[in-house]
Design a protein. Sequence first.
Length: 622
Amino acid sequence: MNSALRLALVGNPNAGKSALFNALTGSRQKTGNYPGTTVERRAGRFQTQHGLEVNVVDLPGTYSLSATSPDQVVTREVVLGQRDSEPLPDVILCVVDATNLKLHLRLVLELKQLGRPMLIALNMIDLATRDKIDIDVDALESALGIPVIPTVAVRRSGVKELSVELSNHLNDLVEEAAKTKPLPAWQPQDLKSLQKEAGRIAKVATRSEGIEHVMTRRLDALFLHKIAGPVILFAMLFVMFQAVFAWAETPMEWIDMGIGALADWLIASLPDNALRSLLVDGVIAGVGSVVVFLPQILILFAFILALEASGYMARGAFLMDRIMASVGLNGRAFIPLLSSFACAIPGIMATRTIDNPRDRLTTIMIAPLMTCSARIPVYTLLIAAFIPNRAVGGVFNLQGMVLFALYLAGIVSALIVAGVLKRTVTKGASQSLLMELPKYQLPNLRDLVLGLYERVKIFIARAGKFILTTMIVLWVLASYPAAPADAALPDIYYSYAGQIGRVLEILFAPIGFTWEIAISLVPGMAAREVFVGALGTVYALSGSEDQIATSLVSRLQNAWSLPTALAVMAWYVYAPQCLATLAVAKRETNSWGWMFFMAGYLTAIAYLAAGITYWTATAIIG
Ligand SMILES: Nc1nc2c(ncn2[C@@H]2O[C@H](COP(=O)(O)OP(=O)(O)OP(=O)(O)O)[C@@H](O)[C@H]2O)c(=O)[nH]1
Ligand SMILES: [Mg+2]
């Protein structure tokens, strides 16, 4: 029997629920300074100072229990005990943003009607102080008839009082909860009158309204400006991609040198046998060629995390709303699409914040066109090998510009596909964006570092598990059966992998792909960066003995023509190669049909785009 108390974190979007959850449980749930960061319930556990075990669940933010978007429905169902898998929470901990009391109290009043044990965390007290908002906690407590505990979820000291108060109150609440637990009765409330009441209470409890933040106003005047706004957004993204290239160069060289040294050491210290080949050509060549991209991925994530935490991200959504509306996309699609730059999987999940099912479907369908971080290894490898490292116009770097162009190709294609879909299969009116703009904040360094650390862990774990196993399988397929004694071509040509590659080549030869590329595409289905690892292994095995230590870049320069390299880049702008994305699309659309539609249309465009690139480049270069 599980006797732990069940605590549910409920509140408006962006109130700081996940930050509080992390502070209480010591976990690292994603937080972000925009509404809709959390789209699923997440559970954790902690112990109060009185030794009481508490199961706490972090929920998606919601403006009202009658909200209809899929993420907010989760919250309603959990709060009302309507989920089979989730027992009714014993206590609701309602998280309220102290700088936005009036809006947030409406939900408090709505929850109060349920008659469940409840506490309030009055969060973001630090920001309230910054903005000279002075709240009378006692007055608020007595007006609501609910205990109110001030918190600063992002500071360790900021939850101390909560932890003590929780202990005190929870002991009472245990008894209350131990009594019968009737399912709360719920009917949609008259939100207007609740809003009025919330306004009245907020007024009573506010000693001083604070100043309108001058900085917020000035920054918004700039960032949301009709002309300057989009220019700044574009410039910011441009700098981001330049930085991914420029700053990562040196650390990448170090990693590359380290990996090279490791390979050399193994070659020197092991006898020339199958084990050495497996380690050097399989594991090190494969995993190494992916791990070397860690610095670039870190830089990209650092930018995205900082943009998220500062509050700029939501301004981006606001700016993009008009452009997105012109192709029939919902402005709410911006954040899911932006998250897809990290990975399409959280991006597709984030579409749960979109109410309109058709808009949501359109957004899911185009999410894989945003360039995810797994594509960085593919792009940068090919760019490093085939695009000259030249300055353009004095300031820009040609390699960085090509990378930017590849990202842009994905974005533009996504807008076109969305436009086509909205006029055909997902026809219907879409809503415009109504989004609360969060407060600007300087990103907290500790959060940033922890966020990056989480990403590194995931990346390394993937390189370790996923890439390692595929590389070993690939090495086996690529090494056996052995080549005949009178072989004229590299051994791999005669192996199983070589044979499969040659069959696939029939399909891919028209668009300029060699059999080595074709065979590497197959493990690339597991995850796109595995393609790079696979190329590493395949070319390590096709190289002659003295070539073993040469880098993949120089191997590719010898083996591929420029049109082929460009065609592979074009392929990866579109190719739906990651099976995990397709699996999430299936789950989120709840339809095999839509999943196959996604895979089908992306593959068709990928093939065409690669073909057109190859044919055009061949015609120009000759
Ligand atoms: N300064 C300050 N920032 C906070 C505080 N609590 C949360 N934040 C920041 O506010 C933003 C929102 O926090 P989250 O924990 O993601 O909010 P949430 O309620 O989980 O939001 P949703 O998941 O979108 O409903 C993040 O950038 C946090 O770092 C606080 O007490 N003080
Ligand atoms: Mg959250």
